[in-house]
Design a protein around this ligand. Structure first.
Ligand code: NI
Length: 197
């Protein structure tokens, strides 16, 4: 009687444990662990600041350093683009093997001409990318980037954009390698880029 009860309890525990392991395995499969299978990144078709139609596949064979922002951003975007530019400078000639991309989340204002006036200020090799609202939405969705316009309260109708501010490092095959958050120094970014370079 007593042994039977223990066996039952042991069996119940085994089932609970097995369910836990299965759930854990499923969560790992579907969620957050950074690996090549996590779907961050992917196809985009946009227009560069020099007027060329550009697809993400055009950058195969190079790493991509991808940042979403907008030129009217008063502080966060310029600071992050400067870190990217400084990281590229630290790579020296190896920077040729990295494609630095700045994708606007504000295509209404960020025409390719606006981008052309803006990106060289940070780095000669920085590529500014814009597109139709649908093209930008598709690119942002691929990178899981959130963006939305926010009222500035100014009478002239100027507005700010809320947006995800992460720098993505993508591999030579276009797959996600890692991302950098605000506060990452140019030195740290350059060191991290060197690893897969
Ligand atoms: Ni910004």
């Amino acid at each position: 009687m007593r042994t039977g009860r223990l066996v039952l309890i042991a069996a119940a525990l085994a089932i609970v444990l097995a369910a836990g392991v299965a759930t854990f395995a499923l969560l790992r499969q579907g969620g957050g662990a950074p690996s090549g299978t996590v779907p961050i990144g992917g196809d985009f078709t946009l227009t560069s600041h020099t007027g060329q139609r550009v697809r993400d596949a055009d950058f195969r064979g190079r790493l991509m350093l991808v940042y979403f922002g907008y030129t009217f951003c008063p502080d966060v975007c310029p600071a992050e683009l400067q870190v990217m530019a400084d990281a590229l400078d630290r790579l020296g000639p190896d920077a040729e093997r990295v494609a630095p991309l700045f994708i606007t989340v504000d295509p209404e204002r960020d025409t390719r001409h606006v981008l052309a006036d803006y990106v060289p200020f940070f780095h000669q090799r920085l590529v500014g990318l814009t597109g139709t609202p649908d093209e930008i939405a598709a690119a942002a969705k691929a990178y899981r980037v959130y963006y939305a316009s926010a009222e500035s309260g100014e009478e002239d109708g100027a507005y700010l954009m809320d947006h995800t501010s992460l720098v993505y490092l993508m591999g030579r095959d276009g797959s996600y390698l890692r991302h950098f958050t605000a506060g990452t120094t140019a030195e740290e970014m350059a060191a991290a880029i060197r690893q897969p370079l």
